[in-house]
Ligand binder design. Structure first.
Ligand code: PHE
Length: 340
């Protein structure tokens, strides 16, 4: 009996528990009806009378020591909870998650696509690596056309017939080849030109082109559609003007200017004191291009246009350096948070 008491006394000095449930387990082990201490009391009943005094005292002491120890352990958890609770303010607002913002070019692309979708245009996309046919030949570029030479076009070294597309007109060809008119589509995408990087030019930029082919499509339709676009994009007061131009795939071809939205036509360095800024190229689809794409030019006519998203964004948000779009400086990008 003495041995058992001593062992338990020793044991309880080192009791630990990792939680309140742990303390409860210990309490069961030592003090429950069938626990170790009641067992000792049982044994105590059968020992000789003269020893009862000594052992009775010891067992009682053991019991109260265990009780104290378990109470102490229990209290330590209480302390922890109390120590933590002052910080636990359930009413405190959660930390704000840092959310990103859309890139300004995505915002402007979505705006352009949105405007055209309101007048019935749907979106088509195509590959960035194109064959000569889709990027040039189907669009009436003669073999020796200067735009094709090494100055402007990135050729794929292994296959000179393949290029990085220089415009998304290539997607126009793909759509015309596979669609019976009416066709009314816009073509967003990344394009590549071998140009020196400056505040006004980059070797990679983004375009939205558009195409409308149907019976009786006229130059008047072109003008009205683009007028609608300009006003939606730059405001009700925006005026447009068309200047004659040249593209191999449109005839006649034009360039569209809008009244400068910065000086409202009074003259500033953005419009070079002319009151007008160029925003896109356009024209009636050349009948030969329709024929190249197996569309009957006797039956159908169409117009096409193409614009650089960077240019539209620069005008819209008065950004004076195109390179800012590619640097991804968070201070620049943050300014567009919540714009779309
Ligand atoms: N593809 C021309 C360019 O990239 C733009 C354009 C498209 C012009 C359609 C006329 C018609 O510059």
């Amino acid at each position: 009996m003495q041995e058992k008491i001593d062992r338990l006394l020793e044991e309880i000095q080192f009791l630990t528990a990792s939680s309140r449930e742990g303390v409860e387990q210990l309490r069961l082990k030592y003090l429950s009806k069938k626990g170790l201490v009641p067992l000792l009391f049982e044994e105590f009943r059968s020992i000789p009378k003269e020893q009862k005094k000594v052992f009775g005292q010891q067992v009682n002491e053991l019991k109260s020591k265990i009780n104290r120890k378990l109470d102490e352990l229990d209290a330590s958890f209480e302390d922890n909870e109390e120590a933590e609770s002052p910080d636990l303010d359930m009413t405190r607002p959660v930390d704000q998650i840092q959310i990103g913002s859309r890139h300004p070019l995505s915002i402007v692309r979505n705006q352009i696509l949105g405007i055209f979708s309101r007048i019935g245009y749907t979106v088509a996309e195509g590959p960035e690596i194109e064959s000569d046919w889709y990027n040039f030949s189907a669009l009436n570029f003669p073999a020796e056309h200067p735009a094709k030479d090494m100055q402007d076009t990135y050729f794929i070294e292994k296959d000179p017939d393949m290029v990085l597309r220089t415009h998304t007109s290539s997607v126009q060809v793909r759509v015309m080849e596979t669609t019976i008119p009416p066709i009314r589509k816009v073509f967003p995408g990344r394009v590549f030109r071998n140009e020196a990087i400056s505040a006004r030019a980059h070797c990679i930029f983004h375009q939205v082109e558009g195409l409308y082919v149907d019976v009786n499509v006229s130059f008047g339709d072109l003008k009205q559609s683009l007028f609608f676009f300009a006003r939606e994009m730059f405001g009700e007061e925006t005026k447009i003007r068309l200047r004659p131009s040249f593209f191999p795939f449109t005839e006649p071809s034009g360039e569209l200017d809008i009244s400068c939205n910065i000086c409202e036509g009074n003259g500033c360095n953005i419009c070079k004191y002319t009151g007008w800024v160029e925003i896109l190229g356009c024209g009636m689809v050349d009948p030969q291009v329709l024929a190249n794409c197996k569309i009957d030019p006797e039956k159908y006519t169409g117009f096409a246009f193409g614009m650089g998203i960077e240019r539209i964004a620069m005008l819209k948000y008065q950004i004076n350096d195109l390179r800012l779009f590619f640097e991804n400086d968070i201070r620049f990008l943050k300014q567009f948070q919540g714009t779309c």
